[in-house]
Every structure is written in C-alpha cells, then in structure tokens.
Write a protein that binds this ligand. Sequence first.
Ligand code: HEM
Ligand SMILES: [Cu+2]
Length: 556
Amino acid sequence: MTILTPLPDNTQPTDHPPTSNWRKYFSFSHDHKVIGIQYLVTSFLFYLIGGALAAAVRTELATPASDVVSPELYNSLFTLHGTVMIFLWIVPATAGFINYLVPLMIGARDMAFPRLNALAFWIIPPAGVLLMASFFVTGGAAGAGWTSYPPLSTMSPKAGELIWILSVLLLGSSSILGAVNFVVTIWKMRHPKMGWNDMPLVCWASLATGVLILLSTPVLAGALILLSFDLIVGTAFFNPTGGGDPIVYQHMFWFYSHPAVYIMILPVFGMISEIIPVHARKPIFGYRAIAYSSLAICFLGLIVWAHHMFTSGTPPWLRMFFMFATMVIAVPTGIKVFSWVATLWGGKLNLNSALFFAMGFVSMFVIGGISGVMLAAVPFDIHVHDTYFVVAHFHYVLFGGSVFGIYAGVYHWFPKMTGRMMNETLGKIHFALTFIGFNLTFLPMHKLGLDGMNRRIAEYDPKYATINMICTIGTYLLAVSTFPFLINAVWSWIKGEKALANPWKGLTLEWSTSSPPPEENFEEEPVILCHPYAYGKRPQVAPPSNLDAGATSLST
Ligand code: HEM
Ligand SMILES: [Cu+2]
C-alpha cells in the first residue's frame, strides 16, 4: 500500500547558510553528513593519485620498449594503481555516499554509532599516506600486483610488501566498522512509518553491501595476516617448500575480492535506481525486483570466487560449478538493467549531467557485464587469461560501472550536500570528455587481449604498438576530463547558484529537508506520505495542513 510523502516548498532557496564552516571537515565530527563528505573528498584525492599512477603506467606502455621507468618501478606503479583505485577510491567513495544518504533517506537523525563512524573514516587518510610512502622505502613499494599472490609477494622487497599488507588491513578494518554501522542503522533506525518495502533502493543496496563486507572482509584479513607471517617470521602457510600451499591464498583472497566487486558496485546500483526515476519523472519499474535482486547478488557473489582460478589447477568438475554460478549472476543484474531501461522508456527525460552519467553508467556497465559472462565461460577464460581482455573487462565494470555512477551521484546530490547547484555546461563537457576518453582507452584493450598481449608487462611485441598508442592517448584525454569537474566542484561549492531544498522534485526524504540539511537532518519530524518513487501518481490521502501548496504537486 502506498504511503505519501510531502514535497517541500520549492519556491525559496533554503535559509541555511551553505558551506558554513570549512574547518568542520578537518575535525573528528560525529555528523554523518560531514563524515560522508570527508569520505568523498578524501577518496577523490586518492582517485587523482591513482589516476596519475595509471597515466605513468600508460606512458610506459605508449611504446613497445621498456624505456620510461625501471621494470621494478613499473611493477610498483600498476600494483599501487590497482590498490589505490579499489581500496582508497571506489570502496570509500561509495561508503561516503551511503553515509551521507542513508540516515537522511530513512528519516533518522544520524547513524546508529556516530563515533564509530568517525573512527572508520579517520583510519583511511593515514592508511593511504602510509601506502604511498612505501615508494620511498628501501626496495620500493609492493610490486606483486594488487592481488599480492605468493610466492611472488613473499619474494619481493619486504618493507614495501609489509607496508602494503598493513595498509590494506587498516582499510579493511575501516570498511568492517562502517558496515556494522550501516546494517544496524538500516535495521533499527528507520522511520516508524517506513516498512521494508517503502525503503529507498539505496538503503536496500547498502544493506546488501554491509552484509557482504561483514561476511567477506575478515577472510581477506586472515589471508593477509598469514601472508605477513610467511614474510616476517618464515612460517610456511603459503610456501610450498615448507609444506604450504599458495593456492590456499588465492581461495582466501578471492573469497573477499570477488564480493569486493559487488561491495563497490551495489551502492552505485542503488544510487542509479534513485537518479533515473527522478530525472525521467517516472516511478521506478519493478521496485521489488530491484530491491530483492541486490540480495540475490549478495548471495551469489559469495559463491563464485573461484572463477578467478580457472587456470590455477582447479579440477574441471569444480570449474563447471563456478562457471554456471557466475553466469547465474547475470540474471539479477539483468533484472536491474531492464528495470532502469524500462524506467527511462517513455519518460520525460531531464537531460542533465546527472542523467547523462547515469545513462553512461548503464551502457558501459552492460559492456563490462557481457565481457564478464564471456570470461565466466571456462574455455574462453583459458584463452584470454591474464591478457588485456581482462584489463578491458574489469575497467568497464569498475570505471564504467563505478566511476560513472559516482559522478552521477555527485551531480545529483551536490545541491543537497553543499546548498549550491553545479554548472551544467561544465558538467556536460566533463561527461563528453570522460565518455570519449574512457572508450578510447579501454575498448581497444579487448582487441589487444584477444590478440594475446599479456597484462602486467612493461615491454611488448611491436605488433601491438598502434593500439597501445591509442589507449595511451585515451588516458591523457581522461586526465584532461577531470579538470572541468574539479573546477566545477570547487567553484560551485563556493559561488554556485543557491540550491532549493528539492531542486529535482525528488520524493525520497533527503529532499524534504533544507539544502544542506540542518545539524540533525530535519527541523521537524519528517512525514512519510508516499512511496519514494510515486511519480505521476496522485496523493492517496490529503497532505497534512502544515504543508504548503507545492506539497500537492506530486504529478510532475
Ligand atoms: C583513470 C583511468 C585508468 C587507466 C588509464 C587505467 C589503466 C590501467 C592499466 C593500463 C592497467 C594494467 C596494468 C597491467 O596489467 O600491466 C590497470 C590495472 C588495474 N586497474 Fe586501472 N586504470 C584506470 C582506472 C582504474 C579504476 C577506476 C580502477 C578501479 C576502481 C582501476 C583498477 C585497476 C586494477 C585493480 C588493476 C590491476 C592491477 C594489477 O594487476 O595489480 N583502474 N589499469
Ligand atoms: Cu570475480
């Protein structure tokens, strides 16, 4: 049964001074909104560092010879690139959105454990600085890839590898502390009138993400602790000469790292499910299907890890299981994609930067998903294993799927977070450059992989030269594409046009409070009057008398 929500007054900019005090962003604030923005800004700075590392890698790969950096440095560059992008950019950036949005969307004043929330954030900057500092220790930073497989990892220079382990352990702990908070907050602190099936889809996705983090991250921590013992005190958990088994490490690593893909992407799925209906002015198609498919993905995500190990001596009968289980994930994922497309279908599209990035997300993610199903097929995987086809695949998922979605989220919620609008022209330039740069960089990599170019190499056969040059040019274009965004974000935050409380006429609760929201989120008890996606549907009960005329305009 539908409940009705108020639409706040749209006619006046909010009275709350936007960006009141920048110093609060450098404090141990307990406010989930401050913490959310701390996460977002910090992770974006690491994204720029990760991007610079990627540019360095691609500069080396512009020509076949290994002539720009030493082979050791090259290994460290791509290892730290992958590590930074995953553990310091996408995971914390999505955590930032969840932090900011979930309490507002469920009508709560804060997260369940505000201090723990602050602690979870403040682990990240020192862990990130530590990781980057490892470039300056003897032997240089870790160079065994972001997977850090033994025996390679236990053979590489000790100091850098140990710092890598410590830093990833710290980041994993931060993520566990955050997850406990999300799960309890969603479970316990929802508005009394908000049932499970009235919850905005970001909350469903956050719940599934929290559960995944809690089930899988401790296993990674276990693997890394054992690896550090092998490295420091000479145990032989993974060392075959002492009776250990390096394959055990792979199982433990991927038991975390496959779900990690969903830890990164489920919150973005949730965000896209908010953004598309608002800007298409239509109720989301298949609310329950989207909500429950997050849970299905959560479960299936936990049982497919060995698809990363088809060439690690996994017996054929077991490979069959992992192949089918992996392909089954295409079903709940496909349900989401169809629901988004069906929502867009016939909608009154408000073609702004947020919607462009959201549609970019859907289309790029579909390409990454299709190459994912291809890789799930054992014979095909054996053919392209450890080639650039894999690099192309996971960048379509992680960049096309995560970064585009995060940018969509920034354009959509920036007015709420800062009380200012972003500039649309700069936003569209940003989108165009990112879209072109991204496809120029990663689309040709499919071909490189099919032709047999290995990943993680600094030097390659000259027959791959032309395509590699195209990829490198694409990377520079991507680097350029961040400038309009940076200028837009900084300038709009300070000087942008003042935002209304509800500039997009959204129906979820965060839009029913001022932009930015006051200290404890809502001046008055929020009132839930309708389903979060009831666009175009008439209110079914009369709005309470304290709401103004704007409140009844549910039909646009
Ligand atoms: C800014 C644009 C990006 C460019 C140009 C880029 C480029 C590259 C290249 C060329 C490699 C392959 C290195 C090799 O195998 O020899 C690589 C690896 C990798 N990238 Fe990216 N990347 C970008 C963004 C991202 C993003 C956004 C993510 C994830 C959130 C990401 C995650 C990874 C991972 C996990 C690896 C594997 C590292 C390893 O093998 O240890 N990259 N990237
Ligand atoms: Cu996987």
